[in-house]
Design a protein around this ligand. Sequence first.
Ligand SMILES: Cc1cc2nc3c(=O)[nH]c(=O)nc-3n(C[C@H](O)[C@H](O)[C@H](O)COP(=O)(O)OP(=O)(O)OC[C@H]3O[C@@H](n4cnc5c(N)ncnc54)[C@H](O)[C@@H]3O)c2cc1C
Ligand SMILES: NC(=O)C1=CN([C@@H]2O[C@H](COP(=O)(O)OP(=O)(O)OC[C@H]3O[C@@H](n4cnc5c(N)ncnc54)[C@H](OP(=O)(O)O)[C@@H]3O)[C@@H](O)[C@H]2O)C=CC1
Ligand SMILES: CC(C)=CCC[C@@H](C)[C@H]1CC[C@@]2(C)C3=C(CC[C@]12C)[C@@]1(C)CC[C@H](O)C(C)(C)[C@@H]1CC3
Length: 502
Amino acid sequence: MDQNCDSLSEYVLIHYRWVFVCLFLLPLSFLYDLWLYFRNWVVFQLISAPKQHDNKVKFVQKQIRDWVANGKKTQMCTARPGWQTVCFRVPRYKNTMRNIKVNLVDILEVDTTRKIVRVEPLVTMGQLTATLNPLGWTIPVLPEIDDLTVGGLVMGTGIESSSHKYGLFQHICVSYELVLSDGSLVKCSKNENPELFYSIPWSYGTLGFLTAVEIRLIPAKRYVKLTYKPLKGGDNIAKEFTTASSNLNNEFVEGLAYSEDEAVLMTGVQTNDVEVNKLNEIGKWYKPWFFIHVRDMLKRNEDVVEYIPLRDYYHRHTRSIFWELQDIIPFGNNFLFRIFFGWMMPPKISLLKLTQTEAIKKLYENNHVLQDMLVPIETFKDSIKLFRDTFNVYPLWLCPFNLPNNPGMLRAKDSQETLYVDIGLYGVPREKSFKPKESMRKIEKYVTDVQGFQMLYADTYMTREEFRKMFDHTLYDKLRTKLECKEAFPEVYDKVSRAARS
Ligand SMILES: Cc1cc2nc3c(=O)[nH]c(=O)nc-3n(C[C@H](O)[C@H](O)[C@H](O)COP(=O)(O)OP(=O)(O)OC[C@H]3O[C@@H](n4cnc5c(N)ncnc54)[C@H](O)[C@@H]3O)c2cc1C
Ligand SMILES: NC(=O)C1=CN([C@@H]2O[C@H](COP(=O)(O)OP(=O)(O)OC[C@H]3O[C@@H](n4cnc5c(N)ncnc54)[C@H](OP(=O)(O)O)[C@@H]3O)[C@@H](O)[C@H]2O)C=CC1
Ligand SMILES: CC(C)=CCC[C@@H](C)[C@H]1CC[C@@]2(C)C3=C(CC[C@]12C)[C@@]1(C)CC[C@H](O)C(C)(C)[C@@H]1CC3
């Protein structure tokens, strides 16, 4: 037994988690997805969602007006259960605040003339690709975890390998509709209520309840022509990655670093033409996990081109939950397992979360890092080195993004459009000096100093003052006063800090 287990049952639950996951969670996840698929397909075909939308919004308004009438006793949050959210922890405030039911789960309209898709906030990324791609459309930034919701990505943030071109998820959104703390419904966009429009991203539901979002559409082609470029040497990796990220002819840019000196750079463009001998349908259940497939490129030591079906590309990290599933189902990439059970993979993150025990939580807390740090691209090399010295976690997810100089929580460095890179650290730190809290505080300080940002699905150990230094609250504070949010919603910090989550 080890330090994280107090009893034999805990030991079994940690080290044999896969038994439970394979026997119960995988079939359950499969059935759950099948039901969602069927339900959403029927709703989309019947076009019933737009007719019901107004009534559903009225119900949100009614709940808020009741809250006002009852004397605004406690602050409000959405009623979405904490275990369903794509985040390691469960928000504590869901138990104490008034839960507002925002049961808005459908795609409302695909307007190919205006090139806009109008969706409700609980629409997921899996639902969007499944619906839009067969129609020949897609959204410019499609964060790859199937269960991420539009509401969560707007109120938090979303990033993908096309972000160097199109920005973060908020930058592809054209308008938001919200119910405010007095129960009124407002729409905002760049031209209509612009201050509200720019304050919504990263506000974590603390300015109002989102009820609909209009997102830009771009034409979808059938494949992504992906070039894998194995790279050696820290300087070379930084140089090649920066060059590829600045080249807007690349529609997709992503890097996976396997050590300080070894990485694979992937650049891609959409295409309808395919060289059949280079077709790789990586989404098929029997295919190797994507990060393993990419790692194998290092051995080949030459550029490799593949054609990947667009939807398979988008969900390339889904089947192995990046590389997190190797800790939960260690033999998940075994050929036989893939052949016989791969079609049920992955277990749903929400169900994993719902069934994780305290001992597993403790284990992750002490021996695991789950963080995304967004830093200006010119600090790429220094940041990688610092993260290596502090955590020594590999693979690293490297994703460039463009940050326009808009008002709001994220202010671009040097008040102009700036290229950033998201460095994703997911895994068990091998650095001996790693201490969960101290190491993170050190990194958070570094990231603030270089004018970077932390993604807030992750644990943040910053104090309120440090948090305000990292994120510009000027416009946010103004809007909170103007919209009388104080009694209605907590501040962002009180929703995302370590103390607010269990
Ligand atoms: C109208 C509609 C609504 C949907 N709503 C939801 C929803 O709310 N929530 C939800 O989670 N899913 C939703 N889906 C998606 C669906 O449940 C799953 O994606 C299902 O597994 C798709 O099965 P398929 O392979 O037959 O799909 P196809 O469209 O045939 O898949 C095309 C290709 O993409 C690959 N692929 C598909 N899904 C994934 C994936 N998740 N990871 C990796 N590769 C993949 C397949 O292997 C295949 O090669 C919806 C689908 C539709 C049509
Ligand atoms: N590739 C990527 O970009 C990835 C992004 N993420 C992160 O995951 C999170 C999204 O996860 P997801 O499970 O979809 O969302 P969550 O349920 O975690 O919601 C995130 C926040 O958005 C608020 N919110 C959601 N819907 C509404 C609404 N209709 N009205 C008002 N507030 C709302 C929630 O408020 P409340 O607390 O009241 O429910 C919550 O504070 C984001 O923080 C994102 O950055 C994670 C992995 C990958
Ligand atoms: C910007 C990008 C691409 C971020 C990707 C972040 C993912 C790697 C994170 C988001 C949610 C996340 C923290 C999660 C987990 C792993 C890493 C995830 C998937 C897991 C599955 C690890 C195992 C845990 O027991 C538990 C099930 C609670 C969590 C759930 C959330």
